[in-house]
Design a protein around this ligand. Structure first.
Ligand code: IPM
Ligand code: MG
Length: 356
């Protein structure tokens, strides 16, 4: 088969890690008889520099006419002083909205080989950690009404958290389906003791739960969830939550695995279309030095094969190649222990390709 992939290298370490992921994809294509056709497009800071806007229409058009999107990272110091609506990060929000990517899957997996990188006590994570945060991605406070007003206390600004029942229903279904494929355990996170939108969230999740009698569901307030994630993370399997709570909890969940440089993510629309990107950002401080960890992007490419193209064996092949390189002892700087030898970005990519 021939698959069309829109590739957005972006800023910072984005182009380097994307370069390695494409090499690995090509190797998988060769092995299994697929061709991946890449169209590179601009988004983020580089698009601001070249086209005067962070998300040119051409980029959106190319993404829409592709089967999937693979993204590196956007943003950097250079553009940090631009006003909020002109910053490179707006490109991400624009892509999510324009492409209808309402379901964000963020696995937080503790790799056995890297267990020592986990900042929690060994007894807390004994036996490993395997959590997926299912974050709503196109609604809530990120996209609600916003503005400025004059108040009794002077000038003020606001952002509205609003959820339609249907927005909650569709993300809840994604999460329940995910739970069915895993351990049939789902935690919904909200702030229903305070927020009206959270009470609606909780009610709709309960409604959807009726269609999934095998799934054990519990509801956590977000403050408690944040605390439980470090106290006893093993109690979680699939977590479903709103856009902003998911933003925060997915960073926390990825940090407790100790390997944020290792974690991929998928943002899915209705049907099979999706955008895939590493969870880490653009890391401008280490860009262009051949020290970034390309594994999260390579694993994002594996997620793309699995979720959008339905190529499970090919995805397994990439994941196993990454595990093999780790088991053979190769480490980029972010995951190396003190005194351990460090391998560069391109060499890690080459080793994974060789293991395909
Ligand atoms: C993320 C990021 C983005 C978000 C920013 C860069 C807009 O933090 O993908 O988690 O808040 O969604
Ligand atoms: Mg975030």
């Amino acid at each position: 088969m021939n698959y069309k992939i829109a590739v957005i290298p972006g800023d910072g370490i984005g182009p380097e890690v994307i370069g390695e992921a494409l090499k690995v994809l090509d190797a998988v294509g060769e092995k299994y008889g697929h061709t991946f056709e890449y169209t590179k497009v601009l988004a983020g800071g580089c698009a601001i520099d070249e086209k005067g806007e962070c998300l040119p229409q051409e980029t959106v058009d190319v993404c829409r006419s592709s089967d999937a999107v693979l993204l590196g990272a956007v943003g950097g110091w250079k553009w940090d002083t631009l006003p909020g609506d002109k910053r490179p990060e707006r490109a991400l929000l624009g892509l999510r909205k324009e492409l209808g990517l309402f379901a964000n899957l963020r696995p937080a997996l503790l790799f056995e080989e890297l267990a020592e990188a986990c900042p929690l006590k060994p007894e807390i994570v004994e036996g490993g950690l395997d959590i997926v945060v299912v974050r709503e991605l196109t609604g809530g406070i990120y996209f609600g009404e916003k503005g400025t007003v004059d108040t009794d206390l002077g000038p003020a600004a606001y952002d509205v958290e609003q959820y339609a029942e249907e927005e909650v229903r569709r993300i809840a279904k994604v999460a329940f389906d995910m739970a069915m494929k895993r351990n049939k355990k789902l935690t919904s996170v909200d702030k229903a003791n305070v927020l009206e939108s959270s009470r609606l969230w909780r009610r709709i999740v309960a409604e959807v739960a009726e269609d999934y009698p095998e799934v054990e569901v519990n509801n956590f307030y977000v403050d408690n969830a944040a605390m439980q994630l470090v106290r006893n993370p093993k109690q979680f399997d699939v977590i479903v939550t709103s856009n902003i709570f998911g933003d925060i909890l997915s960073d926390e969940a990825s940090m407790i695995t100790g390997s944020i440089g290792m974690l991929p993510s998928a943002s899915l629309a209705n049907g099979n279309f999706g955008m895939y990107e590493p969870v880490h950002g653009s890391a401008p401080d280490i860009a262009g030095q051949d020290i970034a960890n390309p594994m999260a992007t390579i694993l994002s490419a594996a997620m793309m094969l699995r979720y959008t193209f339905g190529l499970g064996d090919e995805a397994d092949c990439i994941e196993n190649a990454v595990k093999k390189v780790l088991a053979d002892g190769y480490r980029t700087a972010d995951i190396a222990k003190d005194g351990e030898a460090v391998t560069g970005t391109a060499e890690i990519g080459r080793l994974i390709k060789e293991a395909i």
